[in-house]
Design a protein around this ligand. Structure first.
Ligand SMILES: Cc1cc2nc3c(=O)[nH]c(=O)nc-3n(C[C@H](O)[C@H](O)[C@H](O)COP(=O)(O)OP(=O)(O)OC[C@H]3O[C@@H](n4cnc5c(N)ncnc54)[C@H](O)[C@@H]3O)c2cc1C
Length: 487
């Protein structure tokens, strides 16, 4: 084998690319892994600054452990090198801050029904909530299939349940889990995500890793080098090279050429088709379809670095009673026609876990969803979030608590992850939305219509919350390529 010739080239060491590169290398394949960043993790690359370990964006790792992350560590023989520090923090809980119509904020622990007493729900409302939840938990595959083209919002509106139950499930597992407005997320997916999140029997332990999510994938991609392959960091792929209709290699921005019979791109489906390969190599209908796919939402907000402990737990979600905004409202906010007034806010920190931050200091995220256009004015969102935080966590704003704060913007997203290709996109948290018409059987698959070319990561194959979806895409692509079933 010539020096620049490999069994497979993987472009991108995001969760999807790192997964497939590690799995193929683990089978003894000689892999070339190339990433424009200095380390693995993509949009979830981990940073180490002022003693903190943190990602640029807030992170909910759903499902809890053992997840596909642990499966990947097990398959590659790296379980001993991964430390789940969240599992060492006893009593973690997800706190709901529900802001009701009477302007009262209720602190509810999602795992403890007695905390819901403050809502003063009548027996009838309680029963309706319990029955609706039971129906979702017990729904058959046939029942779920019927809900593939019904939106999460329409389904929840049809249930006649109390407002707080509707808001919590729809916002957390429709909009939140899929980073997509709940009028576009299929109800079947919201229900599957809800089940995944509360299945404590199968997934009992919260997870976050020493060294962060990026650190986890850095450990996994060691498999590439251990098996005779190479990793090129800080190297941008300029093109995927096509000969006689087949993918045969890549050219980097520095002009280096590498060849392989298998090219797997983790650089996003749009960048892969329109920038790295070029539209002319694809069937017209395929390129048109990819161009027409809808993006999911982005997140905007603040990262606070504090001198003291402010949050007792890793996760708080503020839900005002009227927070279920359709896509059209996100568009109006982007165009400056409407200000954010009633959106849910995620407030969280990983600093409560051991090894993540210096004693008592915290990195706190406070973010809300927004349209993915990186060119919009972020000021109204930032003002909305800070107004609400002053109400919810006044301690944060007492003298000397905030050492530094940074805007969590949209432009950082494509810097760390995949390039923006079309106008109005680039800031999206995942990529191509998991929405009605582009999920289940309508979802783009990993095998592109060019022999030897595959796409892995958020845009193809997997299901669920971001990093998990990308990791699952890595497993499913591996299985399609090799016929070896792992999951
Ligand atoms: C604000 C925000 C909040 C999020 N919240 C959560 C959450 O709570 N939970 C969760 O699980 N997920 C969350 N995510 C989503 C998560 O980050 C993504 O799902 C995940 O990173 C996607 O993985 P991926 O493998 O598809 O690709 P990416 O992470 O996009 O990685 C792509 C990789 O390809 C590389 N690359 C791209 N182009 C080139 C090129 N031309 N040459 C070389 N390398 C290239 C990039 O450098 C990058 O490393 C969030 C994301 C954001 C932005």
């Amino acid at each position: 084998m010539k020096q620049n010739d490999y069994d497979a080239i993987v472009i991108g060491a995001g969760p999807g690319g790192a997964t497939i590169a590690s799995l193929l290398a683990n089978d003894g394949k000689r892999i070339l892994l190339i990433d424009k960043n200095a380390s693995a993790g993509g949009k979830m690359t981990t940073f180490h600054k002022d003693g903190h370990t943190y990602e640029m964006f807030p992170l909910n790792l759903i499902p809890y452990a053992p997840s596909l992350f642990e499966k990947l560590a097990e398959v590659t023989g790296k379980t001993d090198k991964v430390r789940n520090v969240a599992a060492e923090f006893k009593g973690d809980q997800v706190n709901i801050l529900y802001h009701d119509r009477n302007d009262k904020v209720h602190l509810l622990d999602s795992g403890n029904l007695s905390s819901f007493k403050s809502l003063k729900m009548g027996l009838g409302d309680m029963m309706r909530s319990v029955l609706a939840v039971g129906k979702m938990l017990l729904m058959s595959d046939k029942g779920l299939k019927k809900l593939e083209k019904i939106s999460a919002l329409d389904y929840m509106n049809s249930l006649k349940i109390p407002e707080v139950t509707k808001i919590f499930i729809t916002a957390a597992f429709g909009e939140g889990a899929f980073e997509m407005s709940s009028d576009m997320v299929p109800a079947s997916h919201m229900i599957r995500a809800f089940r995944l999140s509360i299945n404590k029997k199968k997934y009992p332990t919260p997870r976050y890793y020493q060294g962060g999510v990026g650190g986890f994938f850095m450990t996994m991609v060691e498999t590439v080098v251990e098996n005779g392959g190479s990793i090129l960091w800080k190297t941008r792929v300029k093109s995927i090279d096509i000969k006689d209709g087949k993918a045969i290699g890549v050219t980097t921005e520095k002009g280096e050429k590498f060849t392989a019979p298998l090219i797997i791109s983790n650089a996003g489906l749009r960048q892969t088709v329109f920038k790295l390969v070029g539209e002319k190599h694809f069937p017209k209908e395929y390129a048109k379809r990819i161009q027409g796919l809808h993006s999911n939402l982005a997140d905007v907000g603040w990262r606070y670095f504090t001198s003291q402990k402010v949050l007792d737990f890793s996760t708080y979600v503020y839900f005002p009673y009227n927070c279920l905004e359709p896509w059209s409202v996100f568009e109006e906010m982007k165009d400056g026609k409407r200000k954010p007034l009633s959106n849910y806010i995620y407030i969280g920190t990983k600093s409560v876990y051991p090894t993540i931050s210096p004693s008592d200091k915290q990195v706190i995220y406070a973010v809300m969803s927004c349209h993915p256009d990186p060119k919009q004015d972020l000021t109204p969102y930032l003002e909305y979030i800070e107004t609400k935080l002053k109400l919810l966590f006044p301690k944060l704003f007492t003298d000397g608590v905030i050492e530094r704060k940074e805007v969590m913007g949209l432009k950082e997203v494509s810097v760390l992850g995949v390039d923006a290709i079309f106008a109005g996109q680039g800031g999206e948290s995942y990529g191509i939305a998991n929405s009605i018409g582009q999920s289940d059987g309508d979802r783009p698959t990993c095998d592109l219509p060019i022999p030897g070319l595959y796409s892995v990561g958020n845009d193809t194959e997997g299901f669920g919350v971001g990093t998990h979806r990308a990791c699952e895409s890595g497993f499913l692509t591996y299985q399609k390529l090799t016929g070896n079933k792992i999951i």
